[in-house]
Design a protein around this ligand. Structure first.
Ligand code: SF4
Ligand code: SF4
Length: 445
């Protein structure tokens, strides 16, 4: 059998690749194509490159095409939303990246970033926390300008301080009897940088009458591995999580980070090679809900009477605190892995509108990636910066005081972009923090 055919069978599903009919309807949705106008940076161009790699017509080299165009892909999956032919671009990309990481030699810095930081540090909360200490210290000492550019850019994303918030393993429903038991995915980056968001999430679930458990034996969801071309490592953590949540015996598995949610909802594809594992994964996937999706399903309107009080006062201009969330122009940024990978756009908007009311303003190009894309802002800082500036310019047009979103990476990226351009007064909030803070404010009014 010729070598080229062997490659076709080993890494890319040719049927899935051939589903692309080259119509180009996805081009206007692709952030990298919008920025460069280069066909190789478009979905159909990249699918063509993937097929060329597997057919041996193009060789992989980290410094020239086609690798640089595939590396530049955000994995945002906006092309899937736009594609009328149902091309499963995300799956094609993951398998191509897996092939690339196992056959291509990258420059030393990229190897250090990918093999050490992304694979050995970020997925482990304790290691990640330790790795952040020098960054927090450098920020406090204001010595960022002494660092090389790539480290300066990474430093912009680091927090100003590290807070350690220990989350309880079980949090009971506010009003007994409990309506159900929810298992929460705590993730790896979230507990280190957004422990407060987890607390807000638990509080919202408890308010709505549900017990929350956070299984201690869960691990990283595998998104970092799957997106960076390490599918076997992603499969390994998926297996651990299937068992951890099976033991937790919960009705729903809840996630408040869009990037993790899309990977969790695809465990059955990740583990499709073994039918027993796939069955267990299908059961798991059937229980996974994004926070906004779950609140929509269980009827968050039970909380609306309280929010209504805040909206009424805001309309009567009776809010006194400038920190009030009511009566402030507020917009919503779609995290790619919620909007495109999970198809969820209405539910989080409804929730933001429940607080902002008539002050809600739609964000132009809301569904275009902000440049965060997991670890993309570290591996592809140039394009990440271009998309960050594009996002900030649209936020400015809305004149919003508050930007709400559903993914930690988007929050860091947008906050950093606003700060770099001097818009420090605009608050960027996770949906859970926004809702919980609004409910608390309404209770005080
Ligand atoms: S990915 Fe879909 S929308 Fe884009 S060119 Fe191919 S078939 Fe057309
Ligand atoms: S995943 Fe995003 S960046 Fe990549 S080709 Fe699709 S739309 Fe473009």
């Amino acid at each position: 059998m010729p070598a080229a055919i062997e490659q076709i069978e080993s890494f890319l599903d040719e049927k899935k690749a051939l589903a692309c009919v080259h119509c180009g309807l996805c081009l206007a949705s692709c952030p990298t194509y919008l920025e460069t106008g280069n066909e190789n940076d478009s979905p159909r161009g990249r699918i063509y490159l993937m097929r060329s790699i597997q057919q041996g017509r193009l060789s992989l080299d980290a410094t020239v095409s086609p690798a640089e165009h595939i590396d530049r892909c955000l994995g945002c999956r906006a092309c899937e939303t736009a594609c009328p032919s149902g091309v499963q671009y995300g799956a094609l990309l993951e398998h191509t990246r897996d092939h690339m990481e196992h056959t291509m030699r990258r420059p030393w810095f990229q190897r250090l970033l990918r093999r050490v930081m992304i694979e050995k540090v970020f997925p482990y909360p304790n290691r990640f926390r330790l790795a952040l200490i020098p960054a927090v210290w450098a920020k406090r000492m204001d010595i960022g300008h002494l660092l090389p550019q790539f480290l300066r850019e990474a430093l912009n994303l680091a927090p100003d301080s590290l807070e350690l918030r220990k989350l309880p393993e079980c949090s009971p429903a506010e009003n007994l009897p409990s309506k159900g038991r929810i298992g929460m995915v705590s993730g790896c980056v979230m507990p280190v940088l957004f422990g407060g968001t987890h607390q807000s999430t638990i509080r919202l679930l408890n308010r709505l009458g549900y017990d929350v458990v956070i299984p201690r034996d869960q691990v990283c969801c595998g998104a970092l591995y799957a997106h960076s071309g390490q599918l076997d490592m992603a499969r390994g953590v998926a297996r651990v999580n299937l068992q951890a949540f099976d033991r937790a015996d919960c009705d729903t598995i809840l996630i408040n980070a869009a990037g993790c949610g899309s990977t969790l909802k695809e465990y059955h594809h990740l583990l499709e090679g073994d039918f027993r594992e796939r069955d267990a994964a299908e059961q798991f996937v059937g229980k996974v809900r994004d926070l906004s999706e779950w609140m929509d399903e269980v009827g968050w309107k039970a909380l609306d009477a309280l929010l209504e009080k805040g909206r009424r006062l805001a309309c009567g201009e009776k809010t006194t605190s400038p920190a009030s969330l009511f009566g402030r122009p507020t917009t919503f940024h779609d995290a790619c892995h919620l909007a495109h990978a999970q198809g969820i756009t209405r539910q989080p908007r409804d929730l933001v509108k429940a607080v902002a009311g008539e002050y809600y303003v739609e964000l132009p190009e809301s569904e275009i990636c902000c440049g965060s894309a997991g670890s993309y802002n570290l591996t592809e800082p140039d394009m990440a910066g271009r998309l960050q500036r594009r996002k900030v310019s649209h936020i400015r047009k809305t004149e919003a005081h508050i930007v709400v979103t559903t993914n930690p990476g988007c929050i860091l990226q947008i906050e950093s972009g606003l700060k770099q351009q001097g818009y420090v007064e605009v608050r960027v909030m996770h949906l859970a923090d926004y809702l919980e803070a609004a409910l608390q404010e309404a209770e005080r009014l």
